[in-house]
Design a protein around this ligand. Structure first.
Ligand code: GRG
Length: 315
């Protein structure tokens, strides 16, 4: 089995940031805040976040803040959304810079997106999805403002998206999908509500995601993709069933998706690399305690030292 090309991946992430005029950068511009979170967290897991100009990151990030609503946009000039607000909060957690935030305004923005049935809309236009429940619960938890929402209703809404196969969907009755399962299990974990999960049933569904090539897929009959190394594995860890996966075959699959010459990780072996799959590949390896990587928290998707600093140190 090859080894993780740490230096190449650091160089790859730094090079993506410099290629702002490339085709890939232009088509991804609207979700640059997510890209910044994926890239910076990868660098931190690889013990290299110091190679970035943090003041430049924070100045750009704050220019994506909408002071009218209190939420963050995916890039300068676009509308705010919970997906980008979460990434902005995660980046500031990583860089230990909550001092630049107006916590009151941001938490009011997030709390204001809760609906009567406990669900969350992603933004003012109203789409509902368990991804947004996770984003809201995460933001309010890490900002110590969970008391601004009705947590009981939020949990009940998530439970209404649970299926007979043990998994969760985006809305009630929606197909079980590993990405949604991560969001629901993560939100239940953060709110101390994991006792509502049938761990054996969900663990069975999740470990069935391992394909003969060692990689994980997101639902039955689909191809493996490196990103599910995160969505599936983190969920299995939260419900204490990760030993049902063959970790060595999964490690091999992720390492086979590396571009060993130019850095970066792709969805499947020999495909083109991108920052999303590089992050989730490295994060998956971190969950499996790959040597030299910082350990990552399965619910907060941030290095464990960052989560510990926020919850266990006085500030
Ligand atoms: C902080 C890690 C973190 C996440 C924030 C946005 C979010 C919360 C979670 C997204 C969860 C999700 C739905 C992930 C799935 C992403 C994905 C690869 C979707 C592809 O779906 P299909 O149907 O692919 O195109 P399959 O693999 O099913 O064919």
């Amino acid at each position: 089995m090859g080894e993780l090309k740490v230096d190449k991946h650091v160089q790859y992430i730094l090079s993506v940031e410099k290629k702002k005029d490339s085709f890939e950068a232009l088509v991804m511009e609207h979700l640059r805040m997510n890209g910044a979170y994926w890239g910076l967290t990868t660098l931190d897991l690889l013990q290299n976040v110091a190679s970035v100009d943090q003041e430049e990151v924070i100045s750009w990030l704050m220019s994506c803040w909408d002071r009218e609503s209190g939420g963050f946009a995916g890039t300068i000039g676009l509308d705010p959304h919970l997906l980008y607000t979460l990434s902005a909060v995660q980046i500031l957690a990583l860089l230990n810079r909550f001092d630049v935030l107006d916590i009151e305004m941001i938490s009011e923005y997030v709390a204001g997106l809760q609906n009567e049935d406990g669900s969350f809309s992603g933004d003012m236009w109203g789409e509902i999805d368990t991804r947004f429940s996770y984003c809201a619960i995460f933001c309010l938890s890490i900002l110590h403002c969970l008391d601004k929402i009705n947590v009981g209703k939020a949990v009940n809404y998530i439970l209404s998206c649970k299926n007979l196969d043990g998994g969760f969907g985006a809305t009630p009755g929606g197909e079980s999908h590993a990405g949604q399962i991560f969001c629901c299990v993560g939100a239940l974990s953060i709110t101390g509500s994991l006792h509502h999960v049938d761990r054996d049933l969900l663990g069975w569904w999740l470990c069935e995601r391992q394909c003969p090539d060692g990689g994980l897929n997101g639902r039955p009959e689909k191809l493996a993709d490196v990103c599910y190394s995160w969505w599936v594995l983190s969920s299995l860890i939260m419900i204490d069933r990760v030993h049902w996966i063959d970790k060595s075959k999964l490690t091999e699959y992720i390492l086979n998706c590396q571009d060993s010459e130019n850095g970066g990780i792709s969805d499947r072996p020999d495909n083109a690399v991108d920052v999303f799959h590089t992050y989730f590949g490295v994060a998956g390896l971190s969950l499996m305690e790959y040597p030299g990587l910082k350990p990552i928290d399965p619910a907060y998707a941030l290095p464990i030292d960052v989560v510990n600093r926020i919850f266990f140190s006085k500030f």
